[in-house]
Design a binder for this molecule. Structure first.
Ligand code: B16
Ligand code: MG
Length: 218
């Protein structure tokens, strides 16, 4: 029987398994407009994988105005309520093409899967998508001190699976996330555009292009 070098695949959520990245964009856009900060798709690209307060601080900096800590917490709360409204009707139909098949192919090959999302809404999202039982380990974002591009969340996922970093590879759609995977010392599979994800080892357009044998070392 073929012996796989990798024993697990660690997935990002937003933008990889489902398009919640778009809902984050809509909620941040509304907030940016309300504080007079210019915000577009290129700016949003910098926020992917960055946690809520980190993202807010980047937007507020762009507004050129000063905000108290209390104001910041209120703005972050408002953005989260808008985001939660947008994702309230998520269902298994919102899995991106190829996501369910990719998870199944990994498990059929005897590898484990973990989820490494810095979103504090991740558990609710995977439950609505109907894939909560597809992961051996889900990192609790509340326990992560440093958001992507810090490797902490990918190291926590490997540790949660009881594996070494060299046993795992990561799948990400964001620049910060690819950096986090590489800093953790793992193979990075990018989902999106090779022009954006320049630091990934391999880039595919979407999980419908996911082919596990291509990423397994002999
Ligand atoms: P929340 P990921 C990240 O999730 C998103 O990419 C990022 O845009 C968002 O700000 C962050 O989660 C925090 O999300 O406000 O729901 O806690 O890409 O790591 O799955
Ligand atoms: Mg993402």
């Amino acid at each position: 029987m073929r012996k796989y070098a990798y024993r697990a695949v660690i997935f990002d959520l937003d933008g990889v398994l489902t398009d919640t990245a778009h809902y984050h964009y809509l909620a941040w856009k509304k907030l940016a407009d309300s504080v007079g900060a210019s915000f577009d798709a290129a700016f949003n690209e910098q926020l992917k994988g960055v946690d809520r307060m980190g993202s807010l601080n980047l937007i507020l900096q762009a507004s050129g105005k000063e905000f108290s800590e209390a104001d910041k917490l209120a703005l972050a709360h408002r953005k989260n309520l808008d985001y939660q409204d947008l994702i309230s009707a998520l269902s298994p139909a919102d899995l991106l093409p190829g996501a369910a098949a990719a998870l199944q192919s990994i498990r059929a090959a005897g590898l484990k899967t973990a989820l490494a999302s810095v979103s504090k809404n991740a558990q609710a999202v995977i439950e609505r998508l109907g894939i909560a039982d597809q992961f051996e380990f889900v990192v609790d974002a509340a326990n992560i001190r440093n958001s992507k591009p810090d490797p902490e969340i990918f190291l926590a996922a490997a540790a949660g699976l009881g594996l070494q970093v060299q046993d795992c590879f990561g799948v990400e759609d964001s620049i910060a996330g690819i950096r986090a995977i590489k800093s953790a010392g793992m193979f990075a599979l990018g989902v999106g555009s090779p022009a954006v994800l320049t630091e990934a080892d391999v880039v595919i357009a979407g999980l419908d292009q996911f082919s596990l044998p291509d990423y397994l070392k002999e």
